[in-house]
Design a protein around this ligand. Structure first.
Ligand code: HSE
Length: 449
């Protein structure tokens, strides 16, 4: 049987890794796929560089549409990124009857519904293992390995840049801005790191996992997103003293409603810094590594760990999709693994909950004037709101502004579970107290048990 012919759009870090791994392991991959898989055509704006990477046997062009138009190409790999031209090209490849492999989480999290519908109508596959957590086969785990389960929640460290920054902040006791500069110098963070540090990249990935876990459409616009830019070294230190580590988590959870409390069923979809107990394995995932915890009703808790980015780790996921497509392309589309795990006509319309509806516990830090009654006033507001306190810590503030007229102290409070909307009101009331001297820090806490 002649090899499957693959066209590659964009040969950057992941594209060149894909080409190299496919060439290096071609015999094993052929034995697994049942057919050879070859990249025979590459489109890249930098034709010279592309040619130097792939050698003389591969056709190199600067026009992606020439790849899509080539009738010999069975599968198109899109590694251009972004929502712009990549979207147009993916839709054109589908329309031309090509299967598509992409690492583009932004594209699928925002336009996935349109893209998957187009692919289903045309009977082609769109595979995206590389879009979430790089080399970790989490899409396959969710869509296939865990398919027996009613998934209850997923929590993941799914952005390596921010995990690297948080690890450095903790190890070196440095503030965010200092570590970000260092991460950029070392090449861990992009020159424009906005998507990473503001939690957008993690939210793209959490959106895809949420859709697959719960059989809902991709709904990036409903995700709550908070990055790590406001975290201070003090909070990381206090969290450690209380037995917790701060991680940026992408969380999606099934919330069983309670009609007696006026709570509807729903799905939580959120990205924000979290305190998690140091004793959890995921709390010890350091540096640029990724990890995802999945809780299913039958399997219990499972953990997936590995490199979430990089040339060959991401290529590993891209090639797994090429092999999958090669194995399945002759199968009746109805009996292939569906794009989002559930059959397209069996999707749920359960709603993504607004953040105010989410129930979780909290870490609060208040910089207060060290004077009689301040703690009573603060805890009084929480009691009044029906928010139960789990622990309180009072620490002399490390850096008290020069010339401060009053002695200052940090009050750190851990709460039990409460509704986010109630906590927002309580924080606003505490913030209005004259003895509260700075904006209150609030970090959500997840036990992940
Ligand atoms: N920028 C991402 C990260 C890698 O830092 O994890 C690609 O998704």
């Amino acid at each position: 049987m002649k090899p499957v012919q693959v066209g590659l759009l964009g040969i950057g870090v992941v594209g060149s890794g894909t080409f190299n791994v496919l060439a290096r392991n071609q015999q094993e991959i052929k034995r697994r796929a049942g057919r050879g898989i070859e990249i025979t055509m590459v489109a890249d704006l930098n034709v010279e560089r592309a040619r130097s990477l792939v050698g003389p046997d591969v056709q190199v062009v600067n026009d992606a549409r020439a790849v899509i138009a080539n009738p010999d190409i069975d599968i198109v790999i899109e590694l251009i990124g972004g929502y712009g031209i990549a979207k147009t090209l993916v839709l054109e490849a589908i329309a031309a009857g090509k299967h598509v492999v992409t690492a583009n989480k932004a594209l699928l999290a925002v336009h996935g519904t349109e893209i998957f519908a187009a692919a289903s109508a045309k009977g082609v596959m769109v595979a995206f293992e590389a879009a979430v957590a790089g080399g970790i086969p989490i899409i396959k785990a969710l869509r296939e390995g865990l398919t027996a389960n009613r998934i209850q929640w997923i929590a993941g460290i799914i952005n390596g840049t921010t995990n690297f920054i948080l690890s450095e902040m903790r190890d070196k006791g440095l503030d965010f801005d200092v570590v970000l500069k260092e991460a950029q110098r070392l090449g861990y963070a992009e020159a424009d790191p906005t998507f990473d540090i503001e939690g957008v990249d993690a939210a793209h990935k959490a959106t895809l996992m949420s859709a697959i876990a719960f059989g809902v459409p991709v709904q990036f616009d409903k995700a709550y997103i908070e990055g790590i830019t406001k975290l201070g070294a003090a909070d990381i230190k206090y969290a450690e003293q209380l037995g917790y580590r701060i991680k940026l988590l992408g969380i999606t959870k099934r919330r069983q409603g309670d009609a007696t409390k006026g709570q509807p069923d729903g799905i939580e979809l959120r990205v924000h810094p979290c305190l998690i107990p140091v004793k959890r394995l995921i709390a010890n995932v350091e540096g640029a590594m990724n990890a995802v915890v999945v809780q299913g009703d039958a399997v219990g808790t499972t953990l997936y760990y590995g490199k979430g980015a990089g040339s060959e780790p991401t290529a590993s996921a891209v090639i797994a999709d090429l092999v999958d497509i090669t194995r399945l392309q002759s199968a009746d589309p109805l009996h292939r693994v569906p794009h989002l795990a559930f059959q397209p006509n069996a999707m749920s319309d359960i709603k993504v909950l607004p953040m105010g509806e989410v129930v979780t516990s909290y870490y609060l830090r208040l910089r207060v004037a060290d004077e009689t009654g301040v703690l009573a006033r603060v805890t009084g507001i929480l009691a009044e709101a029906g928010i139960s306190i789990d622990a309180v810590l009072q620490r002399e503030a490390d850096e008290v502004s020069a010339g401060a007229k009053v002695a200052q102290t940090d009050v750190i409070i851990l709460t039990h579970d409460c509704q986010e909307a109630k906590m927002n009101t309580a924080i606003a009331q505490m913030q209005a107290l004259p003895s509260v001297l700075q904006p209150i820090t609030r970090i959500r806490k997840e036990e992940l048990a």
